[in-house]
Design a protein around this ligand. Structure first.
Ligand SMILES: [Zn+2]
Length: 46
């Protein structure tokens, strides 16, 4: 289960593909993050 690192909810949607990784967006806080081999990396809000 993917969870937002900011608010720990699982209301996550796919938000396109980054350079190498699947990008996701939290529907609760609108935070963007990617799933890397080493774990979840939060991206700065745009
Ligand atoms: Zn969130």
């Amino acid at each position: 289960m993917i969870q937002c690192q900011e608010c720990q909810t699982d209301t996550i949607v796919k938000n396109g593909i980054g350079p190498e990784k699947q990008r996701y967006q939290c529907k609760s806080c609108s935070g963007n993050f990617i799933i890397a081999d080493s774990g979840i990396t939060t991206l700065q809000p745009s």
